[in-house]
Ligand binder design. Sequence first.
Ligand SMILES: CC(C)(COP(=O)(O)OP(=O)(O)OC[C@H]1O[C@@H](n2cnc3c(N)ncnc32)[C@H](O)[C@@H]1OP(=O)(O)O)[C@@H](O)C(=O)NCCC(=O)NCCSC(=O)C[C@@H](O)CCCCCCCCCCCCC(=O)O
Length: 717
Amino acid sequence: MAKYSRLHGSVGLISLANPPVNALSSVVRHAISEKVAKAFRDPEVTCVVICGENGVFCGGADIREFASTMRGPPLVPMIDAIEEGEKPVVAAIEGVAFGGGLELALGCHYRIAHYKARVGLPEVTLGLLPAAGGTQRLPRLTGVAPALQLITTGRHVAAPEALKLGIVDQVTEQNTVEVAVQFAKSVVGQALHNRRLSLRQLSCPPDGLFEETMAQIKQRARGAVAPIACVQAVKAAATLPFKAGMDKERDLMATLFNSGQAKALQYSFFAQRSVAKWNLPNGAHSGISKARAVHRAAVIGLGTMGRGIVVSLVRAGISVIAMETNEKQLHTGKKMVIAILEKDAQKHNAAPRADLVHFTERLSDLSNVDLVIEAVYEDMVLKKDIFKQLSMICKPDAFLCTNTSALNVDELAAVTGRPEMVVGMHFFAPAHVMKLLEVVYGQHSSPEAVATAMQLGKRLGKVSVAVGNCPGFVGNRMMKLYVEQAHFLLEEGATPEQVDEALEEFGFAMGIFKVSDLSGLDVGWRVRKEAGLTGAGVDWKEPPRRRQGRRYSPLADLLCEKGHLGQKTSRGWYLYEKPGGRDPKPDQGLHSFLVEYRSKYGLKARRIDKDEVLERCLFSLINEGFCILDDGIASGPEDVDVIYVHGYGWPRHRGGPMFYADMVGLSKVLERLEFYHQAHPDVPYLKPSPLLRKLVRNGSPPIREWREFLKRPHSHL
Ligand SMILES: CC(C)(COP(=O)(O)OP(=O)(O)OC[C@H]1O[C@@H](n2cnc3c(N)ncnc32)[C@H](O)[C@@H]1OP(=O)(O)O)[C@@H](O)C(=O)NCCC(=O)NCCSC(=O)C[C@@H](O)CCCCCCCCCCCCC(=O)O
C-alpha cells in the first residue's frame, strides 16, 4: 500500500509501504495512483514528494506477481500520469530505487537521493527489460551510452555516481525526505516542461555504438536473450519518437516475459534467497540457530585455496593468522596475498589491509582464534593430524572448519575432542573470486557451528548453501558423473572439441575438457588414486576398462602418466602454445592417441551428435541431483541449482540442473535415462533415481512442489 499525508500545509507526501522492499505490487500501484490523483486534485497541495518507508524507496515491480496473470493498474500509465501532472513531484530516494522503482522516480520531475542510496535497472538479470519506460527515459537523461551500459548489464550505481550521470539532481547526507520536501517547495511555480523526460530530445549516439555493444553482448551472453532485447529497446529510444519507443519496449517485454529464460532467472533470484533459510535433518534451522561473531580467524595452508580464503577474510575486515609449514609456500603465499590486497587498495583508493594478516609457520600461534579453516591438500592422514593438534591448541569454543572438497567431515570431527564444533567450509577456486560456499554439516555439527559458517559466508560476500556430508558433497558428487560421461563419449568416438562445443552452446562458459585443462588433470588423478580407481590400490584382476565392478575410463590417467596435465604442461585434452598458456587448440597428437586407444580396446568409433552429448552429460548429473535430494544431502532443488549456477558455470538463464529437468519435462528425462541405462548397463548411475520415478508417477509436479515428495526431516534435538 501507500500512505498519504500533508506536510507544511502544501506538500503532499506519498510513502510506499510494502515491506521489506516496497515492491510495486498491484495493491501498491493502486494506492500510488489513487494518492497521486488525490494530491493533484487538492487545491491546497502545491507539490508532491514520493518516498518509501523503512529507509527503502522501492525494489521495483513485485517479481512474485510475474508468475500469475498481472492484475491492478499497470505501471506505465501510472508513471505517465505523474510526469504529466502540473504540480512538481520529487522522488526522495533512500536505500534502493531499482527497476520499476527507478522508473517511478524517472517519471517524477526531480530526484533527491541519500548519499548511501543505490539506483539501477536490474531487469536484465531477471530475463526482462525495464518496461515501465526505463529504456526510453534513462537514455534521455544520461545520454545513450551510459544508459545502454546500465540497462544491458543491470549494474546499479551509488548516489554519487548517479549524480555524475545526471540520474539524480541532488545527493544529501541529511534526512532525505525533509530535504526533498524543502526542495519541492522551492521549485513550485517553475516550468515543468523540460523536467518531463518523455519530451526531451536525445542527442545522436556515437557511430557504431549499438553494433559494437550488440557484438560484445552476443559474445558474452552465452545464449541469454534479455541483453539483446535491451539493446534493441535503447536503440528505439535513440531512433524513434517517445511513444513509438514505448511501443517497442512493450513488444520486446511481451516476448521476454513468458520466455523460459525469464522464468529461470526469476527462479534463480528466489532460489538464492531461499538457501539462506537453511534447515538440517535434525530439525535445526536458520530461524532458531544463532551464529557467533568471528573476530579472529586462521587459515592453514597457503596454496591456491588458502590464499584466496585469506584474501576473502581480510576483505571482510577479519583479522587472520595465515599458517603454512612449507617455507617456500609461505613466502610465495605471502607475496601473492599482499599483491592482491594492494591491488584492491589501489582500485578502491584506500590503504592496503595487509596489517590484518599475520603469517606464521607455527600452529601454536592459533591458540586464540575464533575459527580455523584448514586448506591443505586432499590427504586424509594429513588433515586428521592437523585436526588432532587443533583440538588441543585452539581455545575450547573455537570452530574447526575444513575446506575439503570431498573427504568425510565426520571422520575429521571424530579425531577432535569437539565434533560439534567441526563443519566443512568448501570454497571454490579462486576463493577470493568465486561466489559459492558449501557449508557441510556433519553428524555432530552443532546448529551454532552451521549458523556461524553460514553467517561468515554471507559476510565474505558468498552465496552459502548448507549441505550434508557424503563423498563430494553436492557439487563434486554430481560433477564426477558428468566428467565420467564426457570421458566415455571420447571412448565411443567423440573428440574433446565436440563435447565442449555442445556444452558451450548450451551456455557453459567453458566445456568440461577446457575446465579440466585449466584446473589440471592431476587434481582428479589424485582423487581417483585415493579412491583406489587407479595407481597402487587397483584390483588388476578386473578387465582394463572396469573398476570396482563397473565401467571405467582410464583415458585421463593415461594422459597424466604421460605428463599431460593441462595448461600448466602445455598439453592435456588440448594443446597450448607454452606451459601456462590459455588458448586451447585441437591437439592432433591427442586425436591419434584416442584412435590408438580405441583400437587397443576394440572400440568402434561412431558419430555422436550434440543431443547425445548433452543428454549423457547433463541427465546423469541431474539424476545424481535427484539421488542427493532423496538422500537428504540437499534440502531442496534450489540448493542444488544455486550450487551449480554459482560454483560450476551452469548458465544462469537455464536456472540450474534441477530447474532444467523441470523445463525439459521429468518424463522425458526419465525416458532418456532408461534408454541410456539399457544401452550402458555397466554404468549404474544412469539408472533413474527412485525420486525421479516417484515424481513422474505423481504427474511430474512443478519444481516448487518437489519438497512435498522428499522424505520429511525428523528432529534429533
Ligand atoms: C531490493 C534488494 C536490493 C534488497 O536486498 P536485501 O539484501 O536487503 O534483501 P533480500 O534480497 O533478501 O530481499 C528481501 C526480501 O524481499 C524480496 N524481494 C526483493 N525484491 C523483490 C521484488 N522486486 N519483488 C518481490 N520480492 C522482492 C526477496 O525475495 C526477499 O524475500 P524472501 O522472502 O525471498 O526472503 C534486493 O532484494 C533486490 O535486488 N531485489 C530485486 C530488485 C529487482 O530486480 N528489481 C526489478 C524488478 S522487475 C521490474 O521492476 C520490472 C519493471 O521494469 C517493469 C514492470 C512492468 C511490468 C509489465 C508487465 C508486462 C507484461 C507484458 C507481457 C504480457 C504478455 C502476455 O500477454 O502474457
